[in-house]
Design a protein around this ligand. Structure first.
Ligand code: GLV
Length: 332
């Protein structure tokens, strides 16, 4: 029997590759760098499955070249890099890797929140720059308290909820906003109060974004909404950059409408070297590393491989992003 061909667009955990190569012919782009659109176009043509990353764009053009493709398994929770409707129309199953990265991403959110409130990277730059001359002084590198403050969580899905759980340890008042209110017991478990977005923005000392990027959320945090925030408040984003209007954010920083910003994600990644965001001391920037722990990346790779194997062996995957596809091309 001819083995199916599976494309893997990046070097991933050995255990996940073994799972795939025990069943399929694996065509690996053996690098930590993205393959580029030409390689993808050539290699997707006869592939039955692909295990991809969030930086591999699966738009209509690429999908049209994928003549045999049955599954796109993304090693990510976000799916804004894939044209889901086009995939569904073509009977291509799209899978993703939620849950396994929830805690790592919530932890990074907290690292950023604490880091910006206490000016950690700014202070380190200062020290490494040889500028530390006075041992201790009462007004030296003052940041803001975190404990007892109000935390506004925009998007209370898995990651937002995990951020809320951690906030309890800091005795914070928690507001949250999303389209649908949580069940009362879920709210009670973390002590979170449902709020309108504008109220959340104007009351919170820390605002953290945990939404998927969709047509509805693109640019949600725009100039008018940034203006609602307190001048003492901080904004944190570990979800997708384009949810914040970056030009408006730069204006907010220049005109000091808010106190500081911590970002792991950007509207263009990698962040361009001439981005004005790099000029502000009160901006903490990390390079899209929300889920980047050894343990989490291994679990993500294994889950992505399992999802792919499931579809190609005629079983429903654990995490299917486009359930309507089952009617277009039933499994089995
Ligand atoms: C990371 O941003 C992901 O979507 O997994």
């Amino acid at each position: 029997m001819v083995k199916e061909t599976v494309v893997v667009t990046r070097r991933i955990a050995e255990s996940a590759l073994n799972l795939l190569s025990s069943r399929f012919k694996v065509r690996l782009y053996d690098s930590d760098e993205p393959p580029g659109s030409e390689w993808l176009e050539v290699n997707i043509g006869d592939a039955d499955g692909v295990l991809c990353m969030l930086s591999d764009k699966f738009d209509l053009d690429l999908l049209e070249k994928a003549k045999r493709l049955k599954v796109i398994s993304s090693m990510s929770v976000g799916l804004d890099h894939i044209d889901l409707d086009a995939a569904t129309r073509r009977g291509i199953y799209v899978t993703y890797t939620p849950d396994v990265l929830t805690d790592a991403t919530a932890d990074l959110t907290w690292a950023l929140l604490l880091g910006i409130a206490r000016r950690v990277s700014e202070a380190e730059r200062f020290l490494r720059g040889g500028l530390w001359r006075v041992a201790w002084s009462p007004n030296f590198f003052l940041g803001s308290d975190v404990y007892g403050k109000t935390l506004g969580i925009v998007g209370m899905g898995r990651i937002g909820y995990a951020v809320a759980k951690r906030a309890r340890g800091f005795d914070m008042r928690i507001l949250y906003y999303q389209r649908h209110r949580l069940a009362e017991d879920r709210e009670k478990d973390v002590g979170a109060r449902y709020s309108a977005l504008d109220e959340l923005l104007s009351e919170s000392d820390f605002v953290t974004i945990h939404l998927p990027l969709t047509e509805q959320t693109r640019g949600l945090i725009n100039e008018a909404r940034l203006r609602l925030m307190k001048p003492t408040a901080y904004l944190v984003n570990t979800s997708r950059g384009a949810i914040i209007d970056e030009a408006a954010l730069i204006k907010a920083l220049r005109e000091r409408w808010i106190k500081g910003v911590a970002l792991d994600v950007y509207s263009v990644e990698p962040l361009p070297k001439d981005s004005p965001l790099l000029q502000f001391e009160n901006v903490l920037l990390t390079p899209h590393i929300g889920s980047a722990t050894i343990e989490t990346r291994k679990r993500m790779a294994e889950l992505a491989a399992e999802n792919l194997v499931a579809v190609l062996t005629g079983r429903l995957p654990l995490h299917l992003a486009n359930p309507d596809v089952v009617r277009v091309r039933p499994l089995g």
